[in-house]
Design a protein around this ligand. Structure first.
Ligand code: GLU
Length: 439
């Protein structure tokens, strides 16, 4: 059973990069009939809010990616404490007292000597008496995890292939601060163990964390999940843009982007598979293969999303938008090929039902359009009426092409472009069409 999780911190709204991470985990679980868990990484109690947590739930809901379960790190503090105790007893975690200033100084000295600024583990030399003295002075320890070259630090990344870190080149990570608050690293591992997570897909900014966390799984005596690290998104210009951090579901929604368009684009971005204008999840799930993600950064282009959204709408069935449009199925089918958002379809509703402002026709088109009204009045008003009308006018006037069609389109819709007139005219109806042509 595949179990994945999406683990945002509720310290802000989801941006497009988070949405992609959620989607990859959702696809992996859903495709295999597994479970997809929302884990709120809310150990930072000062910055985490219920409002952001709710916006994350709402965004996932809107995207059609509601999780099977929700977990909150803030509810699991006792468990983290328990595991830290066991790790400390086994020598995998230790207390240290250096202040940020002292640590900074150590780093500067090492850098000054041209050495990597790796923590010197001075705290490992502290005796029981030292600890007692510090505590008597009121100094509280922070906790570090002891990296160990003998513990696993290599993995076969689902996306990047064989990967590793060098534990000796890294400082033992601080896992708990002196004020008792937790850093992300260890709680995440404890959660992945306790929640039975089988696959972790996240951004490549977490690659080093993975090497460290592999050591933590081993120190807990637990198997690690499989890991995949997706290359980061860039803006359309290929640069890591600030703008991406501010684009999220509310922007998509405001711009009339459909959830399926977001999924269709993000599921294929950075993969060898083409982006396709699908109208449901099924084809995305069927074709999803995490190994198709490449190592190069993927470009997220807002204009591409808008184009994809339009081409998806062009064959979206009425049933998928019912409740969000006042158009009937016939009206929707007639106009969907000409809209960039569902909301835009309402403009065509007005075109179909009026009232329309009288269009400005070329001088010699006035009489032509009035002749058209007479011709239309004599024709049976059925689904073939547009073809019959234009055939009749062609033989009667000798007009063809644009000269034949454009004055009629302008008079009937008030616009020079739009949906196929053969589909629109029956919807406009006989009386209204005669009125517009006669006007
Ligand atoms: N809260 C972490 C983040 O948003 C989770 C990383 C992970 O997936 O383990 O970066």
């Amino acid at each position: 059973m595949i179990v994945t999780r999406f683990a945002p911190s509720p310290t802000g709204r989801l941006h497009v990069g988070n949405v992609r991470t959620a989607l990859l985990n959702w696809l992996l679980a859903r495709q295999a009939g597994g479970r997809f868990i929302l884990r709120l990484d809310d150990t930072d109690t000062a910055r985490s809010t219920e409002e952001f947590a709710q916006s994350i739930r709402d965004d996932l809901q809107w995207l059609g990616m509601a999780p099977d379960a929700e977990e909150k790190q803030s509810a699991r503090m006792a468990r983290y404490e328990e595991v830290l105790g066991a790790l400390a007893a086994a020598g995998h975690a230790y207390r240290a007292y250096e202040t940020p200033e002292e640590l900074d100084l150590k780093r500067k000295v090492l850098l000054g000597r041209g050495l990597p600024p790796v923590y010197d583990r001075a705290a490992l030399q502290l005796t029981d008496a030292d600890h007692q003295r510090f505590e008597a002075e009121g100094r509280k320890p922070h906790w570090r995890f002891r990296l160990d070259a003998a513990l696993p630090h290599e993995w076969d990344d689902l996306i990047r292939g064989p990967s590793k870190i060098d534990p000796a080149s890294l400082s033992d990570p601080v896992i708990r601060r002196a004020d008792g608050s937790w850093l992300y690293m260890l709680p995440s591992v404890i959660d992945d163990v306790d929640m039975g997570i089988t696959h972790v897909v996240r951004g490549e900014d977490h690659v080093t964390n993975t090497g460290i966390q592999l050591q933590m799984f081993a120190a807990m005596g637990k198997p690690a999940p499989l890991f995949g690290h997706a290359a980061l998104l860039t803006g359309a210009d290929g640069a890591l843009s600030k703008r991406l951090g501010s684009i999220g579901v509310s922007e998509f929604r405001d711009r009339g982007i459909e959830p399926i368009a977001v999924k269709a684009l993000l599921a294929r971005l950075g993969t060898s598979q083409p982006v396709e204008p699908v109208t449901s999840d099924a084809p995305l799930l069927a074709a999803f293969d995490i190994s198709h993600l490449g190592r190069a950064t993927a470009r997220f282009d807002e204009a591409e999303l808008e184009r994809l959204n339009a081409s998806i709408l062009h064959h979206t069935p009425h049933s998928a938008v019912a409740g969000r449009t006042t158009l009937t199925e016939a009206e929707w089918n007639a106009v969907r090929g000409n809209i960039a958002s569902v909301a835009e379809a309402e403009q065509w509703k007005t075109v179909i039902h009026g009232p329309l402002a009288a269009p400005a026709l070329e001088a010699d088109d006035g009489a032509y359009v009035r002749d058209a009204a007479a011709a239309l009045a004599a024709l049976p008003f059925d689904d073939g009426v547009w073809a019959a009308l234009t055939d009749a006018l062609k033989s009667a006037t000798g007009r063809k092409g644009k000269a034949l069609f454009m004055p009629l389109r302008l008079a009937l819709t008030g616009q020079p472009h739009g949906p196929d007139m053969a589909a629109l005219l029956p919807l406009i109806g006989r009386d209204e069409a005669l009125k517009r042509l006669g006007a």
